[in-house]
Design a binder for this molecule. Structure first.
Ligand code: SAH
Length: 286
């Protein structure tokens, strides 16, 4: 690979902070990530934010095909040059905002579930994650690099200080596990914090219909909306259209102590809670 700092300087391009641009500068690290991801020759890989191609090229050496999505049009020509230089013929670069890509349509034209990889722009990491969750029936697995703090919030267990809305949602629909830690000096520009790659393996069948799942996610969101408040207080409000008395009743029916806090509730309990809340606020039963 061409060293990103040199390549960018030569072309008068300054890394954009609001695009989360921290480019991997070390081929071996990229290789290690792709190796741990276990990508094989049948895999169709969709990369989020290809940058200057560090992961793109390494992934293409293992996969059947790699589609590299990159939003920053200033990088596209350089990225394409890196692809040509690599001699790999199974890479296609697409200049697009990942938030505007219709993943369902894309996967259907491939007739195959996708493997997602990406050193994610940190400012939209959680939005991207929710988007992947929504489209998970088209995704086989995902290998995503996050700032350590966010990675911890994704993999944390109930009761721990990092357990959050993201942990509960991800653990409801997938198994998540850390696969590599990457130090700041392996990027240009050097980020202030450590990064971590996590593997997300989505469960095969969605547990509930789309509508019910959306409601479950709302319940989880409400439970975490007011940290340090009791569940009966945080569930009451506009989002779920219930008041404190109703919240208390629903929690008791779901066998959850109303004075517990969201941070202690596990996925199974959230599902029970959502069922009770749904049943008590709607005509049609869960
Ligand atoms: N994968 C490369 C670059 C990582 S930096 C590497 O590891 O070296 C994150 C990349 O995501 C940047 O290139 C940035 O321009 C791109 N990006 C940021 N927001 C994006 C979006 N919404 N859609 C697609 N790419 C995006």
């Amino acid at each position: 690979m061409t060293f990103p700092a040199q390549l960018l300087r030569k072309n008068n391009i300054f890394p954009k902070k609001d695009f989360g641009q921290n480019f991997l500068i070390d081929d071996q690290t990229a290789q290690m990530i792709i190796k741990r991801a276990g990508i094989d020759k049948d895999d169709i890989v969709l990369e989020i934010g290809s940058g200057l191609g560090a992961l793109t090229v390494q992934a293409s050496k293992k996969a059947k095909k790699v589609y590299g999505i990159e939003k920053d049009d200033r990088l596209i020509d350089l990225l394409k040059e890196e692809v040509v230089k690599s001699g790999q013929s199974n890479i296609e670069i697409i200049c697009k905002d990942i938030m505007k890509l219709n993943i369902e349509e894309f996967a259907q034209t491939q007739r195959k579930k996708l493997v997602i990889i990406g050193n994610l722009p940190y400012n939209i990491s959680s939005q991207i994650l929710f988007r992947l969750v929504e489209n998970r029936e088209f995704i086989k697995r995902a290998y995503l690099m996050f700032q350590l703090e966010l990675a911890n919030r994704i993999t944390a267990f109930p009761g721990s200080k990092d357990y959050s809305r993201l942990s509960a949602v991800m653990q409801y629909c997938s198994t998540v596990k850390p696969i590599a830690d990457i130090k700041p000096h392996l990027f240009f520009p050097k980020p202030a914090v450590q990064s971590r790659v996590i593997e997300v393996s989505f469960f095969d069948t969605p547990a509930f219909s789309y509508e019910k799942e959306k409601f479950l996610f709302k319940v989880i969101k409400a439970a975490f909306s007011k940290r340090r408040k009791t569940l009966k207080n945080s569930l009451a409000g506009d989002d779920l259209l219930i008041n404190r008395e109703e919240a208390e009743k629903i929690l008791k029916t779901a066998k959850i102590d109303p004075v517990r806090r969201g941070e202690t509730v596990n996925v199974e309990e959230f599902v029970n809670l959502a069922k009770e809340a749904w049943n008590s606020t709607r005509e049609d039963k869960w």
